[in-house]
Design a binder for this molecule. Structure first.
Ligand SMILES: C[S@@+](CC[C@H](N)C(=O)[O-])C[C@H]1O[C@@H](n2cnc3c(N)ncnc32)[C@H](O)[C@@H]1O
Length: 235
């Protein structure tokens, strides 16, 4: 798969309100304090752990890992450009391992390996939180070809959810909902920058055609709910 670079590049996923609502969501599910050790797998620009660190002033800076080193990664965390499974071989101990919108980059075998290693890297009372797009009735605004690719990817995610359930066994589920209100102009820019992996393999002609479809299909302001399924594992 081509590399994803613009996922959180000035999009709603890096907005102050998204990060603050997301961290509020975490607060009710994970017991965080200044002693907590956090690892964010596939951290992107590390907006989430950076904001957590500002709030909790952890004794150990949160660690964010990603195979892509973007330009403007947050500076107040420890960033490592490394494959997740490689990093986890170092055997550290974390209280929270966050895997947000990243599992779809893994094959079933690699995901199993990742989960086994993640469990080994977890403190006795630690938690793994996995977030992924909801697979049924997803509201992400799409043009036709984009929808087709997204649906295919969501079908694959359902298989990955089964892998997770089989591997982690004792898990609970909840949803994280964020109400998006974005101008059509901004959303068109996000599509141009291929912000989501179902756009990565499209050629420029397909993107241009898709944008004209979005322009005629949506009003100037696009509103929808971005829903993530959250899977919680506790040791
Ligand atoms: C959709 S982005 C999500 C970024 C961030 N977690 C968020 O929710 O805003 C997925 C990220 O996973 C990273 N990634 C993909 N495969 C990876 C791997 N094997 N190890 C570490 N990071 C990986 C990608 O480079 C990308 O930055």
């Amino acid at each position: 798969m081509k590399k994803l670079k613009n996922w959180d590049n000035k999009t709603w996923l890096s907005s102050k309100s998204y990060i603050s609502q997301f961290n509020q969501f975490l607060k009710f599910r994970v017991n965080l304090n200044k002693n907590s050790k956090i690892l964010d797998i596939g951290c992107g620009r590390a907006n989430i752990i950076s904001s957590l660190h500002k709030k909790y002033k952890f004794k150990n800076k949160p660690v964010g890992i990603d195979i892509v080193k973007n330009k403007d990664i947050k500076k107040n965390i420890i960033f490592k450009k490394i494959d997740a499974s490689e990093y986890l071989k170092k055997n550290q101990s974390y209280d929270l391992i966050l895997i947000k919108q990243t599992i779809h980059f893994f094959t079933k075998i690699k995901l199993n390996r990742l989960l086994n290693l993640a469990k080994k890297n977890l403190n006795p009372k630690g938690k793994i939180l996995i977030f992924s797009l909801k697979t049924k009735n997803n509201k992400i605004p799409c043009f036709k070809k984009m929808r087709k690719n997204l649906e295919k990817s969501l079908k694959r995610d359902e298989v990955l959810f089964k892998v997770i359930k089989k591997n982690l066994k004792e898990i609970s589920y909840t949803n994280f909902n964020f109400k998006v209100n974005i101008s059509k102009q901004k959303y068109v820019r996000m599509i141009k920058e291929r912000y989501i992996s179902c756009l990565l393999n499209m050629n420029n002609k397909e993107i241009t055609f898709g944008i004209s479809e979005i322009k005629s299909k949506y009003k100037n302001q696009i509103k929808f709910t971005d829903t993530l399924k959250c899977i919680i594992f506790r040791k």
